[in-house]
Design a protein around this ligand. Structure first.
Ligand SMILES: *Cc1c(COP(=O)(O)O)cnc(C)c1O
Length: 382
């Protein structure tokens, strides 16, 4: 194996393990959310692994993502939920996707696509229960639900789902959770009164799926936990989820510094005593956050070493504390954490963000491959 300059390795066995665990723990059908290229893990290979582990649904944000899943051979139920006016609803109908509507205007567009294709769409209705992001606001529910029912009676679609999304599910004690769940039940009652009988009612993302059993209903939408990362750090019990992504590189060079030497642009770090440093050939052009400067750590030969100075576009410098590993030595930025390396959660804490952003943004010029630690057969997926 010739190790790459900088690469991402995704273990599909970890994805399968995590999805299996989520299905067991929640006892609920699972939608594995594979938007944003599978949170940076590779949408299509992750979708395949998720299905192998029994995921009943796949979820993505955009219609383009959903169509790309179909083009790659993903069958079964796929929901998307973020559209703008003029979206290709006819293509969605022909690809047998479940689309989401937030408004009467969107329903009108879907009706036109249904007329144009001569086929009925599958539509889920999203209601805003307090996130104040997408979805129909409560004062619009009567018109929205009536239009949904009328279109169903006209044969334009079948309303397959009614759903909403939490604002604060990573803080289980936050009072907004109860309020949102109560609002969702009002929406379900209103839909029932309107004559709608959605097949799936869903509200929970990963954190709620794990921490709020009352929110599981017919389906849980699990993104981050499927990738083995903790949706609610400090609140989630250890469930044995396995981070699927490892980001690693090889040292480009190693050199000594004397006391007083300063490192990288702006000289934001100065050696107080002699040390050695290694050059890691990945920077913000690879999605390594510049916020990691002088704060995150990486593992070199299994030992955690701090980043010194500012992360540059192509590279950063790591303090080797006097050790002199060979150029070419492996540097693990983050991984499952089993061999002493930091995790994406560690990086998130160092950088003042969430693990979602760490794994979704890493990439750039890094190569990405998929392995299967259960079968040991490697699969080149990109
Ligand atoms: C991204 C997303 C999810 C997945 O959230 P996680 O916290 O990653 O589990 C679920 N539902 C919707 C609507 C989303 O946009």
């Amino acid at each position: 194996m010739t190790a790459a300059r900088a690469e991402i390795v995704v273990d599909l066995a970890a994805i399968r393990h995590n999805v299996t665990t989520l299905r067991q723990i929640t006892g609920t059908p699972v939608m594995v959310v594979v938007k944003a290229d599978g949170y940076g893990h590779g949408m299509v290979p992750v979708a395949r692994a998720a299905r192998q582990a029994g995921a009943e649904w796949l979820g993505v944000a955009t219609l383009d993502e959903a169509l790309a899943l179909r083009a790659a051979g993903a069958d079964g139920r796929v929901l998307c939920w973020l559209t703008v006016p003029g979206e290709q609803y006819a293509a969605a109908i022909e690809a047998d996707l479940d689309v989401t509507a937030y408004s009467v205007a969107e329903l009108d567009e879907i009706a036109a696509a249904s007329t144009a294709t001569g086929s009925a769409a599958r539509v889920q209705l999203k209601v805003d229960t307090g996130l104040s992001r997408g979805g129909a606001a409560e004062h619009d529910w009567p018109d929205f639900l009536a239009r949904a029912r009328a279109g169903e009676e006209a044969g334009h679609w079948r309303i397959t789902g009614l759903w909403s999304h939490f604002a604060c599910s990573d803080e289980p004690e936050h009072p907004a959770n109860d309020r949102q769940e109560a609002a969702f039940h009002r929406a379900l009652a209103a839909a029932d009164t309107a004559g709608l009988r959605p097949e799936v009612r869903h509200l929970a993302n990963s954190a709620a799926a794990l921490l709020r059993p009352s929110s599981r209903l017919d389906l849980v939408r699990c993104g981050i936990a499927s990738y083995g990362l903790d949706p609610a750090p400090g609140h989630t019990p250890d469930l044995g989820l396995v981070p699927a992504m490892t980001a690693r590189a090889r040292l480009a060079m190693v050199k000594p510094l004397v006391a007083g030497d300063s490192v990288s642009y702006g000289h934001s770090w100065t050696a107080e005593q002699p040390t050695t440093v290694g050059l890691v050939p990945a920077g913000y052009g690879e999605g390594v956050p510049r916020h990691a400067s002088n704060t995150a750590s990486v593992a070199v030969d299994g030992l955690q070493r701090p980043i010194r100075g500012l992360v540059c576009m192509d590279q950063f410098v790591v303090d080797l504390g006097g050790d002199r590993p060979e150029a070419g030595a492996e540097v693990v930025l983050f991984g499952p954490g089993r061999d002493g390396e930091p995790t994406a959660q560690d990086w998130a804490e160092a950088c003042g963000t969430i693990s979602y952003e760490i794994v979704t943004r890493i990439g750039g010029r890094m190569s990405r491959s998929h392995v299967d630690s259960e079968t040991t057969s490697d699969e080149e997926a990109r």
